[in-house]
Design a protein around this ligand. Structure first.
Ligand code: C5P
Length: 242
């Protein structure tokens, strides 16, 4: 395999220069981190599974008209993506109270929310990705009001579609994190879905047993992490090759 120039290394992924201008290669690692890098580990086979799961979900979303950065999967751990200017926000959608929402507001984990909530976090490792309001976002120029509306609209459409998709395979979509980027085509800017959607970035609970099938198994030392990711892939009907 030809060695590509690395343009970015994150906690779970590496980005390399793509074969054509305006493209990148996204490589999925087995590394896992939690609590803003305080906990580190490896989940054998996670990268392969997340590459397939994210490919599958982004493809399905593309089919229903959500613009995404996904172009095609290249191999077990790599996918070709469009190069975007990442908007420095983590957009979190919640359907059930869990994680930081449960802790911050003292709501019992598992409480169904009467309506879905969209939250914005400022993407900044040093600051621990703080929760921010629309006021902060516009004040510091991370996105303009029109872009914020578009992010909310896309996040809720993605939530509707993915909630239904997971329900169909006996999984509750508790919450998930999205990242978006600005993408230019013929001088026109579009906001498109970027990064990944996988059990690393979503909370997925078995509908019947409430068993956790996501990164909380790693965060909370529940064991069988890779097996849980594998089960998500199996239910989606996509198992990794080889
Ligand atoms: O920790 P918290 O409850 O705020 O996380 C909400 C959702 O966003 C979870 O599904 C979590 O996996 C995801 N998330 C993420 N990356 C972060 C923070 C949260 O994927 N840096």
């Amino acid at each position: 395999m030809t060695r590509r120039r690395q343009v970015y290394e994150g906690k779970a992924k590496v980005l390399f220069e793509g074969p054509e201008p305006g493209t990148l290669v996204q490589y999925f690692k087995d590394d896992a981190t939690a609590f803003n890098n305080k906990k580190k580990g490896t989940i054998t086979g996670k990268g392969v599974l997340n590459n397939r799961i994210s490919e599958y979900l982004m493809t399905r979303l593309g089919e229903v008209g959500i613009p995404t950065h996904f172009v095609r999967r290249l191999n077990m751990r790599e996918q070709l993506i469009k190069e975007v200017e990442i908007i420095p926000l983590e957009v979190v959608v919640r359907n059930v109270a869990a994680g930081s929402l449960a802790t911050r507001l003292g709501v019992a984990e598992g409480t169904m929310l009467p309506r879905s909530i969209v939250e914005f976090y400022y993407k900044n490792d040093e600051l621990g990705d703080p929760l921010v309001s629309e006021e902060h976002i516009t004040c510091f120029g991370w996105a303009n009001p029109q872009e914020i509306d578009e992010l909310m609209h896309l996040a809720l459409r993605i939530n509707d579609f993915l909630s239904g998709l997971f329900l169909g395979i006996g999984i509750r979509l508790v919450d998930f994190k999205l990242e978006f980027g600005r993408w230019w085509q013929n001088d026109e800017m579009r906001i498109i879905l970027a990064d990944e959607i996988s059990p690393d970035s979503a909370r997925l609970w078995d509908l019947k047993t409430n068993e956790k099938m996501d990164k909380d198994r790693f965060r909370r030392d529940l064991g069988n992490v890779a097996e849980a990711y594998q089960e998500v892939a199996r239910r989606l009907g996509i198992l990794p090759e080889g």
